[in-house]
Design a protein. Structure first.
Length: 749
C-alpha cells in the first residue's frame, strides 16, 4: 500500500533517525545547526532533510531513469559525510546528565563510546584551562539561553577540539537534549602556536638587536613604525609627514633623493640618517627597505628595518676627532692644520687676497716641563692655547703642531698691521705669569710670520718660512716676532747642517773637553777647574758651546754628550788627584734636559766609585731656572748628589729669577756670580754693591762664592776686599786642553 507524501517523508526521517545511535529522534536535519565552523568549511554539501516536493514516481528499468535512493543509501551518505568531515557527534540529556558519543566523537575524546555516562564525567575530559568556560556555557543552556561554541583542549593529550552544541526541546513532556558536534582543530592550533612563537621569537630578536620595523605604502608617501620602542623611536607621528616628523633636517634632502631613486628603479633603499627619539634628541640608524610586489610584479608596499648605529657613529666621530684634533688642547692638530691651510690658500687664490701664517714657539717651555714635570707642562699648554685662541678672530685657525709649537692662520687680510697687532697680542698674552695652584710660572713666545703669496705660494713653503722666521725671533732674544726674509733660508739650512754634523761629532772624535782653572783669590793657587766643551769642526774649526749647545738640547743629543763630558772630567780629576797627591775637584755643567730620566742615563756617582774617586771630586753646575720650580726628578738627583758627596753650584747667579728661596730648600755649595756684574764693578758702584751683597748673603748661608769673568787685577782686588772665595777668568787662564791644564797644576796666579 502506498503512503501519502507527507507520511512517507515522516516515515523516512524516522527510519533514518532510528539507524543513528546519537541523533535519535532529533532527525538528521538538526545536525547542521550544531556542526563546528571548521566542519562547515570541510564537510561535503550533503542534505539530510527530505525535499518537501513530491518525489517522482520510480521508473521502470526499461525507461532508463535512475532508481530513487533508499533509506540505507541515505544513511550511508550521512555516515560518509561525517567521516569525511571528521566530525564527532555527541548527545547530552540535560535533565539526567546522560551523555553518549558516536564512534568518531569517542575517538576524539579518547575513550570508548560508552566509557562516559554523565555530564560530570564529560566535563572532567575538558582541559582545566577551558573547563570553567565549557561548564558555564552548559549552565546557561540549562537556564534556557545561549549556546555552546568553544575551542578547547582535552585533559589528556595535546590535541585541540572545536565543539558546538544546540539545545533541542521536543516539548514539555520530552526531555531537553543537547546535540553537539566536535571537530579536531589540532593542526590549525599547532600552526597558530608555531606562528605565534615565531612572531615572539622574531620580536625578541628585533628587540635584542636594537632594530625597528616600519612599513611604507607603494609611493613611500606614508610610513608607519611597527616596532621601535627598543630604540626609543617616535612611533606616533602622522604617517603622511614621516620625513618631516621623524628625520633630521640635515638628512632630509639626501634621504628624499634616495627614496626617489628607489621608486624609479624599484630597488631596495639603504641609508644612514638620524631620527627623532622619545624624550627629544636624535639617534643614528642604518635604514634598509625592500619592495613587496603582487603577482603582476607591481609594488604594493615597502617593508623596512632600522638598526641602531649610535655606538658606531660615536666611535667613528671619536676616531675622526682624534685624527684631526689635539687631545690635550682640543685645537686642530697637524693633519687638520694642513688641510685648512691648503683650503685657505685656494680661497685666497680665488679672492686675490693675502693670508698670514704665524709660527708660535713658547720660550723656555722645555726647561719648565723638565723641571716641573709633564703634568704641569700639559696644564701650561692648555692655558697657553686658550690665550692664543683669544687673540685671533673666529674666522682664523689656531692649531697645535706638537710640543710647545702652535700656528695661527690669519685670513681675509685688509692691512698687514692686523698681522703685527695679532702677533703682539699673542706675545703680550703669553708673557703674563701663569698661575697654577700655588705656582707662578713665567714664559714668553717667539713668533715667526710669513705671508701668502709674497713669500710662498704653497703650504709646505709657508710652513718652512714661518719656522725659520720663528727661529730668527728666538735667536734675536726671544719674546718678539720676526717676518720671514729670503736670508733666513740660508740660516735655516745652516742650522740643519749643524745638527746633522753634531750627530757625528761625538762618534768621529770632534768634541774636546777643555779645562779652565778656578783660583783661590786669597792665595792665588789653582784650587779646582771647570770642564768646558769645545767642538773642533772639520770645516769651521773650533766652535764655542754657546753656538752648538742649543742645537744639542733641541735635538736631544745633549744627554749623550753631557755624559761623555762628565766621563772626561772624572778621568781628568783622577789624573790630577794622583799628580797632586790629594783630591782635586772639577765642575761639570748639567743641562736641564739632562735631568729627564732615561733608562740608559749614566749614573755619575756610581761612575766615580768605579774610578775610586770621592764624590767631592765633581761639582755639578746648574742654572737658577732648574731650581726655581724643581720637579721630583731634579729634587731626587740633587739629594743623590748630596748623599754621594758631589757638590752643587748655581751658575750665572744674579741673571735669573729674583726669588732665592731655593737656596734654603736645596743642598747648594757654591754661588757663581755672573761675569756681567764683574765686568764693570771697578767703574760702577751699583755693580760693586750688588756683588758685595751677594757674597755676604752666600756666606751667611754657608755657601762659597766663585766670581766669573775676572780680567783685571783691579777686579781681583775688589773681589778679595769683598770677601770672595774663588775666581776664574782670562786674568788667570783661558780654558785649555786637558794635557796643558794638568801640566800647569800647582802654579800660582
Amino acid at each position: 500500500m502506498k503512503l501519502p507524501e507527507n507520511k512517507a517523508a515522516s516515515h523516512q526521517r524516522h527510519a533514518l533517525s532510528a539507524q543513528h545511535p546519537i541523533l535519535g529522534a532529533a532527525g538528521p536535519e538538526h545536525l547542521h545547526a550544531c556542526l563546528p565552523r571548521a566542519a562547515d568549511k570541510t564537510a561535503p554539501a550533503i542534505s539530510t532533510t527530505p525535499s518537501s516536493t513530491p518525489s517522482p514516481a520510480p521508473s521502470s528499468p526499461a525507461s532508463g531513469a535512475p532508481a530513487p535512493p533508499t533509506l540505507q543509501d541515505q544513511q550511508e551518505r550521512l555516515d560518509a559525510a561525517l567521516a569525511i568531515s571528521q566530525i564527532g557527534i555527541w548527545r547530552l540529556e540535560l535533565d539526567t546528565g546522560a551523555i553518549s558519543f558516536d564512534r568518531q566523537a569517542a575517538a576524539m575524546f579518547g575513550l570508548a563510546a560508552d566509557a562516559v555516562s554523565n555530564d560530570e564525567q564529560f566535563l572532567a575530559l575538558i582541559h582545566t584551562a577551558e573547563r570553567a568556560a565549557f561548564a558555564g556555557s552548559l549552565a546557561r543552556i540549562r537556564d534556557g539561553g545561549g549556546a555552546l561554541d568553544i575551542e578547547h583542549r582535552l585533559h589528556r593529550g595535546p590535541g585541540w577540539l572545536h565543539s558546538r552544541a544546540r539545545l533541542r526541546n521536543t516539548g514539555a513532556a520530552a526531555p531537553a537534549v543537547l546535540f553537539g558536534a566536535s571537530v579536531d582543530i589540532s593542526a590549525r592550533k599547532l600552526a597558530e602556536l608555531a606562528l605565534r612563537d615565531s612572531a615572539q621569537h622574531y620580536k625578541a630578536l628585533i628587540m635584542a638587536c636594537s632594530h625597528a620595523l616600519y612599513r611604507m605604502n607603494a609611493d613611500m608617501s606614508e610610513m608607519h613604525v611597527l616596532e621601535g620602542k627598543n630604540m626609543n623611536i617616535v612611533a606616533d607621528c602622522d604617517g603622511r609627514n614621516w620625513l618631516q616628523k621623524l628625520v633630521h633636517p640635515d638628512d632630509r634632502p639626501q634621504l628624499a633623493l634616495a627614496c626617489a631613486q628607489a621608486l624609479q628603479n624599484g630597488s631596495a633603499i639603504e641609508f644612514e640618517h638620524r631620527v627623532r627619539v622619545l624624550g627629544g634628541g636624535w639617534g643614528w640608524v642604518a635604514s634598509r627597505a625592500v619592495p613587496l610586489r603582487d603577482e603582476a610584479g607591481v609594488i604594493t608596499e615597502w617593508l623596512g628595518m632600522a638598526t641602531d648605529i649610535n655606538d658606531r657613529k660615536q666611535t667613528e666621530e671619536n676616531l675622526w676627532w682624534r685624527a684631526n684634533f689635539d687631545v690635550l688642547t682640543g685645537l686642530p692638530n697637524r693633519s687638520l692644520f694642513h688641510d685648512r691651510l691648503n683650503y685657505e690658500i685656494k680661497k685666497a687664490q680665488r679672492s686675490a687676497q693675502q693670508l698670514a701664517l704665524l709660527f708660535i714657539d713658547l720660550d723656555r717651555f722645555k726647561e719648565v716641563n723638565d723641571l716641573l714635570g709633564h703634568a704641569v707642562g700639559d696644564r701650561l699648554l692648555v692655558e697657553a692655547s686658550l690665550r692664543i685662541n683669544a687673540c685671533v678672530r673666529q674666522s682664523d685657525t689656531v692649531a697645535r703642531l706638537g710640543g710647545d709649537e702652535f700656528t695661527a692662520i690669519l685670513t681675509d687680510l685688509g692691512e698687514l698691521s692686523h698681522v703685527e697687532n695679532t702677533a703682539q697680542k699673542i706675545i703680550a698674552a703669553l708673557v703674563e705669569p701663569f698661575r697654577l695652584d700655588d705656582e707662578e710660572i713665567y714664559l714668553s713666545a717667539s713668533v715667526g710670520i710669513t705671508l701668502y703669496a709674497s713669500d710662498a705660494k704653497n703650504a709646505d713653503d709657508l710652513i718652512r718660512n714661518a719656522d725659520q722666521a720663528m727661529y730668527a725671533a728666538k735667536n734675536a732674544g726671544r719674546n718678539q716676532f720676526s717676518y720671514f726674509t729670503p736670508g733666513m733660508q740660508q740660516q735655516a739650512h745652516k742650522r740643519l747642517r749643524m745638527i746633522s754634523d753634531l750627530r757625528n761629532a761625538l762618534h768621529d772624535g770632534q768634541l774636546e773637553v777643555h779645562f779652565q782653572p778656578v783660583v783661590a783669590l786669597a792665595s792665588g793657587a789653582i784650587s779646582k777647574a771647570e770642564a768646558l766643551l769645545r767642538w773642533r769642526h772639520p770645516r769651521h774649526g773650533l766652535i764655542e758651546p754657546t753656538v752648538f749647545i742649543p742645537y744639542a738640547e733641541d735635538s736631544g743629543l745633549i744627554n749623550d754628550i753631557g755624559d761623555w763630558v762628565f766621563e772626561q772630567a772624572a778621568l781628568c780629576a783622577q789624573r790630577c788627584s794622583r799628580r797632586l797627591g790629594r783630591a782635586f775637584q772639577i765642575s761639570v755643567n748639567r743641562s736641564p734636559v739632562q735631568f729627564r730620566t732615561r733608562p740608559t742615563q749614566l749614573n755619575w756617582s756610581a761612575y766615580l766609585g768605579r774610578l775610586g774617586l770621592p764624590g767631592s771630586s765633581i761639582t755639578v753646575e746648574i742654572t737658577e731656572g732648574v731650581l726655581l720650580h724643581a720637579s721630583a726628578a731634579v729634587t731626587d738627583s740633587l739629594l743623590q748628589y748630596h748623599d754621594a758627596g758631589l757638590e752643587v753650584a748655581i751658575d750665572d747667579f744674579g741673571t735669573g729669577y729674583s726669588s732665592m728661596a731655593y737656596l734654603k730648600k736645596f743642598p747648594i755649595d757654591y754661588l757663581k756670580i755672573d761675569q756681567s756684574f764683574i765686568h764693570d764693578m771697578h767703574r760702577n758702584s751699583a755693580d760693586r754693591a750688588i756683588v758685595k751683597a751677594m757674597i755676604v748673603m752666600a756666606h751667611e748661608l754657608d755657601l762659597r762664592v766663585v766670581a766669573e769673568g775676572i780680567e783685571t787685577r783691579e777686579q781681583q782686588r775688589l773681589l778679595i776686599d769683598s770677601g770672595c772665595d774663588f775666581g776664574q777668568g782670562f786674568l788667570f787662564s783661558r780654558a785649555v786642553p786637558a794635557r796643558e791644564f794638568e801640566s800647569g797644576l800647582g802654579l800660582r796666579h
